[in-house]
Design a protein around this ligand. Sequence first.
Ligand code: NAD
Ligand code: TYD
Length: 349
Amino acid sequence: MNKTILITGGAGFIGSHVVRLFVTKYPEYKIVNLDALTYAGNLENLKDIEKADNYIFEKADITDAEHINKLFDQYKFDGVVHLAAESHVDRSITDPNAFIYTNVMGTANLLNAARELWKDNYEGKLFYHISTDEVYGSLGETGFFLETTPYDPQSPYSASKASSDHLVRAYGNTYGMPFVVTNCSNNYGQNQFPEKLLPLFINNIRNNKPLPVYGDGKYTRDWLYVVDHARAIDTVYHNGKQGETYNIGGFNEWQNIELIKLLCKQMDEKLGREAGTSEELITYVKDRPGHDRRYAIDANKIKNELGWEPSVTFEEGLSITIDWYLNNEEWLNNVTSGDYQKYYEKQYA
Ligand code: NAD
Ligand code: TYD
């Protein structure tokens, strides 16, 4: 095996798709998946590849610097693809410190460990940091986020991600650390924890529960199918220019309420319910504090320079996603039992 790559957060939603792609596409790489298995991490997401010869799982917390240093010393990683993070905005509003510890301190621990291992020779090494479009703040009715848009994070989640992005670039500038950063729009797809909009609403429609729409429902997001994000990460890891930032997005903006209506329509068809049945579950609830009005990515740089673009339309991706949740009730029931019930009751009281 000619390279050992560390993927952090590989038991989570996006990370599991990245691990699967790297393990199956590159049998010549050894892939080490490092994950603390928080509420959002689930090894069931990787059942199909867990026995592959080039795959290893390490349970570790990126806030534990000593443990992280030991693993870098043991495996002598050539590259890092860093996805581990606290990722849900609503949780960052109730518990910001968890985000600061993991997203800021955890990233610093990984950077320090990589620097210690690589400092004598950075040749062939890469620290790839996965970030979000939320670091750019909120757009008005027009315009797009470019790689040059100034940072203006508005939630504890986006502020912690912005902070980690700055650290990565600062290590590049100060120590010569080879890095790339990508900032991606909202992902959807199979294996997403059902606290996020789409899986939450699919699950609630399935169970005939209210669909809690924040505020006036006219908030806008740009949606990308998770498998296409994993493809973009593969492209940037192998062909991206060191020290660069690439925005990744779906060229696919939706107001929440329009997206929810499309979801309700597809779900009615798939569940054999009369048209309009699921829409009756829509319930407007109290808005999220500091809710960003609109995100929209200009993904032309990665398209023009690296030749990446989304491979599925939104309607196709949404249909695949709904089918997956309807066919994987056991996964959904497992992750929505226990602690998640308490979170749900508190969040939507
Ligand atoms: P997720 O919450 O589904 O998964 C996060 C993973 O990180 C989990 O497996 C969790 O166990 C692990 N983790 C959390 N804290 C850890 C710690 N201290 N040590 C080790 N592991 C830890 O998140 P996701 O949606 O898959 O997001 C992955 C990355 O992509 C994040 O960095 C996020 O900011 C970024 N991102 C997400 C989206 C999106 O729409 N979901 C969009 C753009 C960027
Ligand atoms: P979310 O999936 O939490 O992603 P993000 O906040 O990172 O964009 O939310 C997507 C949009 O859906 C966002 O505008 C908030 C809204 N939303 C609701 O209206 N109701 C909900 O219950 C949730 C979880 C989100």
